[in-house]
Ligand binder design. Structure first.
Ligand SMILES: Cc1cc2nc3c(=O)[nH]c(=O)nc-3n(C[C@H](O)[C@H](O)[C@H](O)COP(=O)(O)OP(=O)(O)OC[C@H]3O[C@@H](n4cnc5c(N)ncnc54)[C@H](O)[C@@H]3O)c2cc1C
Length: 370
């Protein structure tokens, strides 16, 4: 089997295939973990009471178990539980959706009033109309550590090796999993993905908050906040004791992965600085560090995890739309199901490739290969 891409999705697929004893070769145009695609930047949010859809929750339960399995096989510490706060008005999607998922799946969440939120988390500026859902099974993943640990389980990783054509690859391999992140449209021309530039900024913590340890991971959950002025924003506890990382979900310009503007300027930083000044207490406007990253968006923001509608030897993974990282181990395991067994018992009906493509035209003789 060939895996195109050694970002977190290709790395996870390679790991899960190798764990089943399959022969797998993973190709990457760069040397992962690297900062050119989507799987970098010190931290990623993982959570359970998924407001984007309760059908994600069973996959998240599996993902948590597989993250722990990866930690024990690799010896790396990759997942830190901090809890997550979803902050908005009572009617916001983050609050309504996370409570609905929690109810349906009996999850451990707590609804906090504005007063309770103020009392527990001094770093949040809370308005009277705000409430928050505290999701206890949530925290931070280490993206570079995860890619490294997964690829260490894969016996054959070909670095700095760009795959120019999947058809050519299939002359040498029985099957290919395409996990090329923002470059997926270059490899598969039928898939309607849009690449969005994203920026993260680490702002310095003000002196009193630093002294009071307000943003330490034991005290400050990751958060997603739905705001009127800035849209959906999110932030992390401090991993270095001196700064906190924040970002805006889907604020970016559409781009091309080979021409993306990597440099972050004041025009990028200013809205996040204003957001931090409006909604966070104890965070200064001093940007200590920045990065760019890419979202690969489907039109409906659900993932693509499926056979290619044009060739069942090809499995396509586009689990991004800005929220895929946390699922990587289970997505990799599903990809292994598809290429090894030809099917999966997991419910991937929301992630079909056919929803974006002409009806499948698969010759009968290709359906039993895997
Ligand atoms: C700023 C930002 C914040 C995010 N926050 C979160 C979060 O908090 N929680 C969460 O769950 N998700 C989050 N996400 C989403 C998550 O990071 C992505 O879903 C995930 O990293 C996608 O991984 P990938 O392997 O598909 O893509 P990538 O990491 O981009 O990997 C694709 C790989 O394919 C390789 N490649 C491409 N073309 C070829 C080719 N032709 N030949 C060989 N190799 C090739 C590339 O070099 C690259 O290594 C965030 C994303 C961004 C950008």
């Amino acid at each position: 089997m060939a895996v195109v891409g050694g970002g977190v999705m290709g790395a996870a697929t390679s790991w899960r295939l190798a764990a089943r004893g399959a022969e797998v070769v993973c190709f990457d145009r760069f040397s992962p973990p690297h900062a050119q695609g989507s799987s970098h930047g010190d931290s990623r949010i993982i959570r359970t009471a998924y407001f984007e859809g309760s059908y994600y929750v069973p996959l998240l339960h599996e993902a948590f178990a597989l993250w722990r399995e990866l930690e024990s096989t690799s010896g790396a510490s990759l997942l830190r539980i901090t809890g997550a706060l979803y902050i908005g008005t009572e009617r916001s999607e983050a609050v309504v959706g996370s409570l609905a998922s929690a109810k349906q799946h009996h999850l451990d969440v707590e609804l906090l009033s504005a007063d309770e939120l103020r009392r527990r988390y001094r770093g949040h500026v809370v308005r009277d109309e705000d409430v928050a859902v505290l999701d206890r099974q949530a925290g931070i993943l280490d993206p570079e550590g995860a890619v490294t640990a997964m690829l260490a389980q894969a016996p054959d990783v070909r670095r700095n090796t760009r795959v120019s054509s999947v058809d050519e690859l299939l002359r040498d391999f029985d099957a290919a999993v395409v996990a090329a992140g923002p470059w997926t449209p270059e490899v598969l021309d039928w898939i309607p993905l849009q690449i969005e530039r994203q920026v993260h900024v680490w702002f310095s913590i003000a002196r009193d908050a630093e002294a009071g340890n307000w943003f330490a991971p034991e005290r400050w959950p990751v958060f997603i906040r739905q705001t009127r002025e800035f849209g959906d924003v999110y932030g992390f506890p401090s991993l270095d004791g001196a700064s906190v990382k924040v970002g805006r979900h889907h604020d970016g310009d559409y781009t091309d992965p080979d021409r993306i503007k990597r440099r972050v300027d004041e025009h990028d930083i200013d809205p996040l600085r204003l957001m931090a000044a409006t909604y966070l207490r104890g965070v200064s406007g001093n940007a200590r560090r920045t990065l760019t990253c890419m979202y690969t968006n489907t039109p409906d923001e659900d993932f693509v995890v499926d056979f290619s509608p044009h060739d069942r030897r090809v499995v396509v993974l586009s689990p991004c739309s800005g929220h895929g990282f946390k699922f990587a181990p289970v997505i990799g395991d599903i990809a292994a199901d598809l290429v090894v067994d030809g099917r999966t018992k997991r419910d991937i009906s929301h992630f079909s490739a056919a929803r974006f493509s002409a009806p499948p035209q698969v010759p009968d003789d290709q359906t039993d290969h895997h």
